[in-house]
Design a binder for this molecule. Structure first.
Ligand code: CP
Length: 328
């Protein structure tokens, strides 16, 4: 078994189904109806060299809920990388202090480079425009729970991914993860210049999924089961793209009007967050906040049990969970 979680590439369908199952078993502890100390004495190194709210805090909370402790570093300023220390040296040092490490870094491939220098499990908390595997796992866990409530199944589902599909690491991991399941219909809608990388489209199509690409939300899609929208990540634009990009048209706004016109009462809306609330961003609108189809906060809540499941399996304590569990 791969000791790290760096990319969805290291997972097969059996391992993903196991993680979904373990996450379900973690729910009573995630919501603090039960407590456990299975990671008592263990230390997590939570290294975030790029901004984060959800990933950093939920990995931290998940490790604490399992009885462990967390050492946090945020930003380069408070790390000796600011003095020129390499990823290799940082990794060797941190693995002497910690039992597991979560790392976010702005450069694609950097978390894998860091993991190569250590023998403690490393989780990729996001590497530039590369991948964000734990987000995709919690997204799949959310889809599975929402579908179960509605009597739906993943095979044959129609899933729409929209927004910045070029730089969105969450959608890169999610499309790989969905591709492990029986064929479904995947519609990709991105503004000009921000389409899903062709290698990922080819991978999903080669596994038997029906993939369609469009450049506007202003058309009919048939029955959609999931609308998954993402923020435009201008901070990752090349200078050439920054000069040619004309902004996102209102056609990309996912709001109540779009949901009522193009979707059904059963379609769920997801977003990895943060959503861009500036008026010209045309991201996910706040007018859906009271709409039960908006699953974004159920999605963030699901980050805790899924991240607990990731730690429990990487540290090989998942079989101890029920034995150690007790009421609050
Ligand atoms: N979804 C996500 O990665 O959010 P943060 O950037 O807040 O961690």
């Amino acid at each position: 078994m791969n000791p790290h979680l760096l990319s969805i590439d290291s997972l097969d369908r059996g391992r993903v189904d196991h993680l979904l199952h373990v996450a379900g078993r973690m729910e009573p502890i995630a919501s603090r109806r039960q407590v456990t100390r299975i990671l008592e004495g263990a230390v997590l190194g939570n290294l975030f060299f790029e901004a984060s709210t959800r990933t950093r805090v939920s990995f931290n909370a998940a490790f604490c809920r399992l009885g462990g402790s967390v050492c946090d570093t945020t930003g380069f300023t408070f790390s000796s990388m600011a003095k020129g220390e390499s990823l290799y040296d940082t990794s060797r040092v941190m693995s002497g202090y910690c039992d597991a490490i979560v790392m976010r870094h702005p450069e694609q491939g950097s978390v894998a480079e860091f993991a190569n220098a250590t023998n403690v499990p490393v989780v990729n908390g996001g590497d530039g425009a590369g991948e964000h595997p734990s987000q995709a796992l919690l997204d799949l866990y959310t889809i599975d729970k929402e579908f179960t409530r509605r009597g739906k199944t993943l095979p044959g589902a129609h899933i729409l991914l929209t927004g910045d599909l070029l730089h969105g690491r969450t959608v890169h991991s999610l499309i790989k993860l969905l591709s492990l399941y029986p064929p479904m219909r995947i519609t990709l809608v991105a503004p000009p210049g921000l389409a899903m990388p062709p290698a990922l489209v080819e991978l999903v199509a080669s596994r038997g999924h029906h993939v369609e690409q469009r450049d506007s939300l202003a058309s009919d899609f048939g029955d959609l089961d999931v609308v998954y929208t993402t923020r435009i990540q201008k901070e990752r634009f090349t200078s050439e793209l920054s000069e040619t990009f004309n902004g996102v048209s209102a056609d990309f706004l996912v709001n109540k009007g779009f949901m009522d016109r193009r979707c059904t009462a059963d379609t769920i809306v997801m977003h990895p967050l943060p959503r861009d609330s500036r008026p010209d961003a045309n991201d996910l609108d706040v007018d859906l906040n009271g709409d039960p189809r908006l699953a974004i906060f159920r999605q963030t809540d699901n980050g805790i049990p899924m991240r607990m499941a990731i730690f429990a399996t990487l540290l090989q304590v998942e079989d101890l969970v029920e034995k150690d569990m007790r009421p609050v």
